[in-house]
Design a binder for this molecule. Structure first.
Ligand code: PGA
Length: 244
């Protein structure tokens, strides 16, 4: 199966920069991975026509837990679908930390995304404190079970889990990437846990300081099905090598 590489542009680019980067990426050849670009909401309507018909798919960084309603400021998964969005990042650690999003909210969002034919990329990851206390697996198991509770998928491709150890995300203090063999062991563990809940062998991708320097080492691990990329996805020069 092709590796899945997701660009998470976060809120790092202006609309103009988003368009310029989308144009550069679209022109690239020799793309072997399944690639998804997640601009910020305001850039989606203008990036969508650029990516249309290319090998790059469109994603969003979040979506509301319901399709329609009196929810000021929220963004409907239905409208994202209409704009051509296929994938939705849910439960990113930055939303959990700064916007107090918890796994119960993430769970509702996962269900709403699936009901609307979107593929959730469900983020889980331990913080440095859990890691140092030797509680990584315990923490991940609980987070995964809460986020996927009652979730039903039809095929293995309907949902992706992104394993992002919070301490490894490049914008966090003293961040450094997790060793690929360690990531591999945790991917195996997460796949086994997800299978217990979903009865399907879903894809698990790694995120946290992924870059052209280390991508191949992750992607050579059999259970690492792809990468969720922040910093390195903001320039064609650092993102395109991950797709080839
Ligand atoms: P990073 O971000 O690649 O810059 O570490 C990954 C993420 O936060 O999704």
């Amino acid at each position: 199966m092709k590796k899945l590489i997701i660009a998470n542009w976060k809120m790092q680019l202006s609309i103009k920069e988003s368009l310029a980067l989308a144009r550069q990426l679209k022109k690239a050849d020799a793309i072997r991975a399944e690639a998804v670009i997640c601009p910020d909401y305001s850039a989606i309507p203008s990036v969508a026509p650029i990516l249309k018909g290319s090998r790059l798919m469109l994603g969003a960084q979040d979506a509301a837990a319901s399709s329609r309603g009196a929810l000021t400021g929220e963004v409907s998964p239905v409208n994202l679908k209409t704009l051509g969005v296929r994938y939705i990042i849910l439960g990113h650690s930055e939303r959990r930390e700064h916007l107090h999003e918890n796994s119960a909210i993430v769970n509702d969002k996962v269900k709403a995304a699936l009901e609307n034919g979107l593929i959730p990329i469900v983020c889980v990851g331990e913080k440095r404190t859990e890691r140092e206390a030797g509680k990584t697996e315990e923490y991940l198991r609980a987070e995964l079970h809460r986020a996927l509770k009652g979730v039903k998928i039809r095929t293995a491709k309907d949902l992706v889990v992104a394993y992002e150890p919070v301490w490894a995300i490049s914008t966090n203090k003293n961040a450094k990437p997790m060793a690929p063999h360690e990531a591999e062991a945790i991917h195996k563990f997460l796949k086994a846990e997800a299978k217990k809940i979903l009865r399907q062998a879903i894809r698990v991708i790694y995120g946290g300081s992924a870059s052209p320097a280390n991508a191949a080492a992750y992607l050579n691990e059999p259970d690492v099905d792809g990468l969720l990329v922040g910093g390195a996805s903001l320039k064609a020069k650092t993102f395109l090598p991950l797709l080839r």
